[in-house]
Design a protein. Structure first.
Length: 374
């Protein structure tokens, strides 16, 4: 495939330290963690990461979902996002699948009222976060209505099945089926088939990347104009030596090892080299078939090393448009509206969508020809 052409839109300089407001938020969380109840939860989580039996695995999932639940409240209670509720029209659809039994993937569709009568709208297909184990599409409802309005797109909020009830690759296949459905039904959905964006953050970033692997395997990357995995789970870096990790990576390594091995993977030993489980292990041949990609990251994200490695490989493969690293930001910055870095993260995302999707340029790629004098 021809190499993509980056506009080199971003020139952020790393600060080497958390933003003041991010640090203040972490200090509040640290203080709250001193309560007996939270300390007991943290100790229990650490204990469960060291076990491998059905009962402890179930308890781990329950506890992880409880830890993630407050992020849904942060989103739902934000005045910044709530204003978009009245500016959008909500509908729903179900995408029939049969790869893991007969299942209709629920999809909520958010259309800005300003675009209601348009027929060539941008489709923004989104996979929610939650580590692939927690949360649901409904938890991101308000945020994605804000995205629909501010990005000037029709958002397809995909409620893919999560682990451990549904394991790899069927979680990825749920999302992939929705991409195919939107592409095939673009006219009736009122979207431009040449302007389909796929995206997702954190665990949803993994689902997005896994779908990019499937698109490449099936020679379907032409269906997607732009892929935007954000703060994504990429590979098995968490299984490496913690001494070489950043503080954030080290702090989450135990939980991530447990999530990958005992929740997301159907058979870890059989799948540990499969790029549908770990997209960062895609071959060079597959990477060269990826859709044009912009990776959104944060300087102090727990997945920064694995995302950086993938960005370098995608750049060499000619498929990377932008690698955006928001300075001073942590993993949750993209979901915490009161943070300064949240605004930077979203403004960067908006710039990416405007420049590579809404802009009038029709091609993101260029063929490289070498000419030599005789």
């Amino acid at each position: 495939m021809p190499r993509v052409v980056s506009k080199n839109l971003f020139h952020f300089k790393p600060t080497g330290q958390l933003d003041d407001d991010v640090k203040a938020m972490e200090d509040v969380e640290l203080a709250a963690a001193q309560s007996p109840e939270v300390m007991q939860m943290v100790e229990k989580m650490a204990e469960l990461t060291q076990k491998d039996d059905e009962e402890s695995n179930k308890e781990f999932v329950s506890l992880l979902r409880a830890v993630c639940a407050p992020y849904a409240d942060i989103i739902k209670d934000s005045p910044k996002y709530k204003d978009s509720i009245e500016k959008t029209i909500t509908s729903s659809l179900k995408v029939p699948t049969s790869h893991d039994g007969d299942f209709d993937v629920p999809v909520e569709v958010y259309t800005p009222k300003d675009l209601e009568n348009e027929t060539n709208r941008v489709a923004y297909i989104y996979a929610h976060g939650g580590g692939g184990v927690a949360m649901s599409a409904a938890d991101f409802d308000v945020l994605l209505k804000y995205y629909a309005v501010e990005l000037n797109v029709v958002v397809f909020n995909v409620d893919y099945r999560i682990a451990p009830e549904t394991r790899c690759p069927n979680n990825v296949k749920d999302f992939h089926e929705v991409i195919q459905y939107v592409s095939k039904n673009a006219e009736s959905l009122g979207v431009d088939p040449a302007k389909i964006v796929i995206a997702g953050d954190s665990g949803g970033g993994y689902i997005c990347l896994g779908s990019m692997v499937m698109l490449a395997q099936n020679d379907e990357s032409h269906l997607v104009r732009l892929a935007i995995p954000g703060v994504p789970m990429v590979d098995d870096y968490c299984f490496s030596d913690p001494l070489a990790m950043t503080l954030e990576e080290r702090g989450s390594a135990g939980v991530m090892r447990k999530a990958w091995k005992y929740c997301i993977a159907a058979d870890f030993e059989q799948q540990k080299t499969d790029p549908l489980l770990f997209p960062g292990k895609a071959s060079e041949e597959l990477l060269e078939k990826f859709p044009p990609t912009a990776i959104m990251e944060c300087e102090f994200d727990q997945f920064i090393t694995e995302a950086t490695r993938l960005a370098h490989r995608l750049r060499r493969a000619g498929r990377l448009l932008e690698f955006v690293v928001v300075p001073g930001a942590g993993h949750a910055s993209s979901l915490t509206p009161e943070l300064k870095s949240n605004e930077v993260f979203f403004d960067s995302l908006k710039t990416v969508v405007n420049e590579y999707v809404h802009a009038n340029n029709t091609e993101l790629t260029v063929a490289i020809n070498y000419e030599f004098d005789n």
